[in-house]
Design a protein around this ligand. Structure first.
Ligand code: ARG
Length: 475
């Protein structure tokens, strides 16, 4: 049903309607559109713009539509342009011409961005909940391997030994930052555009502050022109989702590497692997690869919207209809990948023995020699030089650092005494990294306690926010 046409002598050409139409993707805004219509109705009624009997029938019809949309009984049809026109058709089918009353004091310009904000808040809260599940899975796996030594890498070359649990736990911190970002974003997204009308506000006695409160927003927009054209909250959400995608992609890459025959560390569960149609022996970490690959489209969606927004004149322009598909796709993508990665992590076993054997390879204990000399008050530049000479001698004579003789050590540096061999063990190297955030078992245990406590607090916080949002939607 067209929401305009009075001044036109002809309907839109087929190609125009086809290009205009958005209902095939914006239909998912229907529950939020109906909820904000209820809030708008309250104001029209309380300000005397709608008679109580009319308001009561419209309220009844809106509630019916809420149930019918949820049950899939009321659907958009081919002639509907967008979600707003489809739902007004629904109201008019039930009520006759009073179905159009809700348009008073409201434009699709403030309506669409109110709906999209509600959609975004609802779904970013769901993303947060899924991230918390992923973090729990990471912490459980990190704790399981909290006593397992492994080589740590820089430049993909052996660097220093680490606890494998420390390696796994690092990902949980990246997702904690994503949760922080979601919290910060929620505060900025929580501004209601409703009441801004087409761009200039309204001459009717509306109360944007009251509708804002009814819809759970923290405040109402202070500039109606900004309100209808601001899509910062979409761009920021797309950035957060792209960042989450980037974090997931780095997990994916690690799992792919660790599952290679050459590494042989990760045994990915059958349920999270796929086979090959031609090579019967194959077991591929496709979930890890998809986690890695999906990051591309998440970055693409962010880029697409920023490009649309750049240089766009104020206030509403139809270009803004392009805000929805990138957001929907990024939300769908992240919500698809998060549970798969959570499950993949929970069900992967690691080969402790292989990782432990690899831990001292590549002269990864050379830093221990340098630190030993620093403790004997040798300037680090000299200590580094001496440790490097030890590595060179080992390389040319096919030995490991602890196999150098007392005389060779003393020759390289007079302060390299035989007891330097005490620090040339993986366990010794690990145990000595006791700084806050270091890989020593004691620091690791403190890290896991801190993470678990933070996650406990955040789980409650996001649970309460979701409960409040559902209560608002059901009111
Ligand atoms: N479908 C439109 C959108 O998504 C709704 C707003 C249309 N407003 C207008 N004045 N044409 O942005």
């Amino acid at each position: 049903m067209a929401l305009w046409g009075g001044r036109f002598s002809d309907g839109p050409a087929d190609a125009v309607f086809a290009l205009s139409r958005s209902v095939h993707f914006d239909w998912r805004l229907a529950p939020y559109d109906l909820r904000s219509s209820l809030a708008h109705l309250e104001i029209l009624e309380s300000s005397g713009l709608l008679k109580p009997e009319i308001a009561t029938s419209i309220r009844g019809a809106l509630k019916e539509l809420i149930a019918e949309v949820a049950a899939g009984k009321f659907l958009a049809i081919d002639s509907d342009e967008d979600v707003h026109s489809a739902l007004e058709r629904g109201l008019t089918e039930k009520l006759g011409e009073i179905g159009g009353s809700l348009r008073a004091g409201r434009s699709r310009n403030d309506q669409v961005t109110t709906d999209l904000r509600l959609y975004a808040i609802d779904h970013m809260l769901e993303v947060a909940t899924q991230i918390l599940q992923l973090q729990k899975s990471l912490i459980a796996k990190a704790s399981e391997y909290g006593d397992a030594p492994a080589p740590g890498f820089t430049h993909l070359q052996h660097a220093q030994p680490i606890l494998f649990g420390h390696e796994i736990a690092k990902h949980a911190h990246a997702f904690s930052r994503d949760l922080d970002r979601i919290s910060d974003w929620l505060a900025r997204a929580s501004v209601s555009p409703l009441g801004s009308g087409a761009l200039a506000g309204s001459s009717l006695p509306l109360s944007p502050e009251k509708t804002a409160k009814a819809l759970g927003f923290a405040s109402s927009a202070a500039n109606s022109i900004d309100a209808v054209s601001d899509r910062d909250y979409v761009a920021e959400a797309l950035f957060i989702l792209a960042m989450i995608g980037s974090h997931l992609s780095r997990i994916g890459e690690e799992w792919c590497i660790w599952a290679t025959t050459e590494y042989g560390w990760a045994k990915v569960a059958d349920a999270y692997s796929t086979g090959s149609s031609i090579m019967p022996q194959k077991k591929n970490p496709d979930m890890a690869e998809l986690a890695r690959g999906k990051a591309g489209r998440l970055v693409g969606n962010l880029t697409a919207l920023l490009t649309t927004l750049k240089g766009l004149p104020f206030a509403y322009n139809r270009d803004l209809q392009e805000d929805k598909e990138p957001l929907f796709d990024s939300i769908d993508t992240v919500l698809l990948v998060l549970p798969a990665v959570t499950g993949m992590i929970a069900t992967t076993d690691f080969d402790r023995e292989k990782m432990a054997l690899a831990a001292p390879l590549g002269f990864s204990l050379a830093t221990e020699i340098a630190d030993y000399l620093v403790r004997a008050n040798i300037p680090f530049a000299h200590a580094h030089e001496a440790a490097g000479k030890c590595v060179a001698l080992c390389e040319s004579s096919g030995r490991q650092l602890h196999q150098l003789t007392d005389a060779e050590l003393a020759h390289i540096h007079p302060s390299l005494l035989p007891d330097v061999r005490d620090v040339l063990t993986v366990q010794g190297a690990l145990a000595s990294r006791t700084t806050f955030g270091g890989t020593a078992p004691s620091s690791f245990a403190a890290q896991i306690n801190g993470l678990s406590a933070d996650i406990e607090v955040l789980s409650k916080k996001f649970h309460d926010k979701r409960a409040a949002f559902s209560a608002m939607m059901g009111a």
